[in-house]
Design a protein around this ligand. Structure first.
Ligand code: SF4
Length: 265
């Protein structure tokens, strides 16, 4: 594993691969399906991640999980101090089918590389406490614990995220933001929020800019750093294309005349 183009991180680390779709946010080709095709499954199907050959075919997960090579497991020990590591871009760290011994080993590597900060983002926050209890382990202090919540149907996952003993910050990824979210109480509970639209091909969800403004205002009001990754498609972006400051991001990334690229302080 190496550097990544994802704007809010430095490295992607995939000690294992494989997943199954669980929430509206899993799809890149929604909304005519309740769940679209997962970006990672599409990637794995194209064999762009050779470590994970067989975990997906034709853009669909097969139900198989693969553990990565020793070189992948050892990579974090060589990465420079202070870097952010998106953990499991090709899986869901807390997926019910990930064997406990893989999880134990991954948490052990994380704990032994305190010079890095691991962004562990899940769509299964309800499983975190149970898995940690089964492992008889605590989260290492260098974990940012994240939950993808870009649809009002996912709101129920917030409570279990907040109930996990998190020695470091909790964060939300509202990407893709597929519906308006209610005003959230973020203060002293959520230390970072990522927003974004849906990218990919086909029938993309269009994020209403007012939903994004409401999320940003929620963050500003509750002192939570806000990071707008990208609109995903130009239809969602309220900024005229010619005025866009970051045309490199998919669909641009400006909201009300500026980029929002805040990180936890
Ligand atoms: S949880 Fe993540 S990796 Fe798994 S299917 Fe959903 S988007 Fe894909």
């Amino acid at each position: 594993m190496a550097g990544t183009k994802i704007e809010w991180t430095d490295f992607a680390w995939n000690p294992f691969g494989g997943c199954s779709e669980i929430s509206p946010g899993c799809g890149t080709h929604a909304p005519h399906r309740s769940h679209g095709l997962c970006y990672a499954a599409v990637f794995a199907s194209r064999e762009l991640h050779l470590q994970h050959a067989g975990v997906a075919k034709g853009g669909q997960w097969t139900g198989h999980f693969t553990i990565s090579s020793e070189a992948v497991w050892q990579a974090p020990f060589k990465w420079p101090r202070g870097k952010l590591v998106f953990t499991c871009s090709m899986s869901d760290f807390w997926h019910e089918s990930v064997p406990l011994d893989w999880l134990a080993e991954a948490l052990d590597v994380i704990g032994r590389t305190p010079h890095l900060t691991y962004q562990v983002l899940t769509k299964r926050p309800g499983l975190i406490a149970r898995k940690l209890a089964e492992l008889k382990m605590e989260l290492p202090a260098n974990v940012w614990l994240g939950f993808t919540m870009g649809h009002k149907r996912s709101l129920a996952g917030l409570k279990p995220l907040l109930n996990v003993e998190a020695p470091n910050l909790r964060f939300l990824s509202c990407e893709p933001l597929m519906t308006e979210l209610p005003k959230l109480d973020l203060r002293d509970r959520i230390g970072w929020v990522i927003g974004g639209g849906q990218s990919g091909r086909g029938n993309l969800a269009v994020t209403n800019p007012d939903w994004m403004r409401k999320l940003r205002d929620n963050c500003v009001g509750d002192d939570a750093p806000f990071f707008l990754k990208q609109w995903g498609n130009w239809v969602s972006n309220p900024t005229p294309r010619e005025d866009e400051l970051d045309a490199l991001a998919k669909g641009g990334a400006t909201l009300d005349g500026r980029l929002w690229r805040e990180f936890p302080g």
